[in-house]
Ligand binder design. Structure first.
Ligand SMILES: Cc1cc2nc3c(=O)[nH]c(=O)nc-3n(C[C@H](O)[C@H](O)[C@H](O)COP(=O)(O)OP(=O)(O)OC[C@H]3O[C@@H](n4cnc5c(N)ncnc54)[C@H](O)[C@@H]3O)c2cc1C
Length: 344
């Protein structure tokens, strides 16, 4: 929903879930803190508050991050001068002030990274600026692999046409450096750049490296068909932080959400020493990209099409997901009817 938030389609409150309220009156104990260290062998997690929590069974579902050291290795200056789209929460917090600044005078905005999120972000920025009739130069740096490199030629062509209509210049070169107002490209070109948004993809969270868990070459947790760590059977992981070895798949919210119910089943089974149930994620999923022009680009394998209907559908799915959780919160917080007292 982040592109919709950037483009002014959604308010922040429409995109957020209050996990603490969702867990109210449940058996779960909510601790608002960040895990800093995981020791899989001694079964202890250390939080940023210093608190240590020991566990019998652990589920790690912390997504991916943008590692500033890694970013700076590939694009010197990126960590200091770029605006990272992850953590999404931080980006959403900073966006209103960034937009207000952009609206003050004509600026050049560059998004680095032309995967699905980079395409959605530059189109959302274009929409946000068009709404306030702010003139801006808009550029998408697609790298040598080009626009939507993981997708079909049909999807690339359609996205390219939409970007062109929105006035976005797409450059198929790697970004190799960033300063406060200049972006350098591999071919030697230097672009004026007042705002560089980094949508270059996620990295594995750094706390995994010293955890003792078996990780893949990119630092993500290797899991089997039960979502269970290869090295520590009492540790589970799903979503972006995991790398399924029997069923490798791209990192996306669709896969993360679908892995939720089987994860719950297997956590309960593991705690009760019952047999685990294998989970086979779908080979492909439908991708719906918000084009911020009232339509969405639907991509299914090699097929792709743009339609207002797809945007309507995406909006229904995203808002429906949030609405379902909000309804659960409301049900939890509803005062319980007073018990009838029998007088006879
Ligand atoms: C701009 C953009 C648009 C996208 N659009 C789509 C889309 O349309 N469809 C789609 O399927 N996917 C989309 N994605 C991808 C999608 O957001 C991710 O694949 C999905 O959120 C992964 O879910 P997850 O639960 O694994 O991780 P996340 O959603 O990242 O959740 C991880 C949670 O863990 C918390 N956390 C992180 N580290 C710690 C720690 N150390 N201690 C405690 N908590 C921690 C985080 O705060 C967060 O709440 C998009 C991504 C971006 C950036």
């Amino acid at each position: 929903m982040l592109p919709g938030l950037i483009a002014g389609k959604y308010q922040r409150t429409q995109c957020e879930l209050h996990v603490a309220r969702l867990l109210k009156n449940s058996a779960a104990n909510w601790i608002q803190a960040s895990a800093r260290h995981i020791n899989a062998a001694s079964q202890v997690i250390t939080l940023n508050t210093g608190q240590q929590i020991s566990f019998d069974t652990l589920s790690i579902d912390i997504g991916s991050a943008m590692n500033k050291l890694e970013l700076n290795k590939r694009i010197p200056g990126a960590a200091e001068h770029g605006l990272c789209i992850r953590p999404i929460d931080d980006f959403a917090t900073q966006w209103p002030a960034v937009l207000a600044r952009l609206r003050q005078k004509p600026q050049s905005v560059v998004v680095v990274g032309a995967g699905a999120s980079g395409v959605e972000i530059i189109l959302a920025v274009a929409k946000a600026l068009a709404l306030s009739q702010t003139k801006a130069g808009l550029t998408l740096i697609a790298g040598t692999r080009g626009l939507l490199h993981n997708y079909s030629p049909m999807a690339k062509r359609l996205a390219g046409e939409v970007l062109q209509r929105a006035g976005v210049q797409v450059i198929d070169q790697h970004c190799v450096g960033l300063t406060s107002h200049t972006l350098s490209l591999h071919g030697g070109l230097r672009l004026k750049c007042d705002l560089a948004i980094l949508a270059t993809g996620g990295h594995a969270p750094t706390l995994l490296a010293p955890s003792g868990l078996s990780l893949n070459d990119y630092g993500y947790i290797r899991v089997n068909e039960y979502g269970q760590s290869h090295s520590h059977p009492n540790v589970f992981a799903v979503g972006d932080v995991s790398a399924s070895t029997p069923y490798p798949h791209p990192k996306s919210g669709v896969y993360a959400v679908r892995a939720g119910p089987p994860l719950l089943r297997n956590l309960l089974a593991s705690a009760n020493r019952h047999s685990l149930v294998a989970f086979k994620p779908p080979k492909r999923t439908l991708n719906l990209l918000n084009l911020s022009n009232g339509s969405a680009l639907a991509i299914w394998g090699s097929w792709a099409a743009c339609s207002r209907l797809f945007w309507w559908w995406k909006n229904v799915i995203d808002k429906g997901f949030i609405a379902k959780q909000v309804q659960r919160i409301a049900q939890k917080e509803m005062p319980k009817p007073a018990q009838k007292v029998s007088t006879s």
